[in-house]
Design a binder for this molecule. Structure first.
Ligand SMILES: [Cu+2]
Length: 96
């Protein structure tokens, strides 16, 4: 049996190519309508982004906060959706 040890490095490379800043990385990266969606981002934020079409690369919920979509069941932890731009600028997109 062969163990593939490159997966983490490869995943990091995919994230870098996607333009996700290192401090905003989470467990999964999706592409929606030309935008990058990183981590457990609520659907309402994705819908707002697709509607308003801001000049950003994408949005992210860093880490895996308890209470975010797909992370229900534990105590709700406040978290921030952060927008990131091509020049590396980060802004608060929404708070939950
Ligand atoms: Cu996760």
């Amino acid at each position: 049996m062969e163990v593939n040890n490159v997966s983490d490095t490869r995943l990091a490379a995919i994230k870098t190519e996607s333009g996700v800043p290192a401090d905003l990385e989470s467990c999964h990266t999706a592409k929606v309508g030309g935008y990058v969606v990183e981590g457990h981002v609520p659907a309402e934020d994705i819908q707002r982004m697709l509607k308003e079409k801001p000049a950003i690369v994408g949005i992210s919920v860093a880490g895996m906060p308890s209470g975010s979509p797909g992370m229900e069941g534990g105590a709700k932890q406040p978290y921030t959706v952060t927008a990131f731009a091509k020049d590396g600028k980060q802004t608060v997109y929404s708070k939950h």
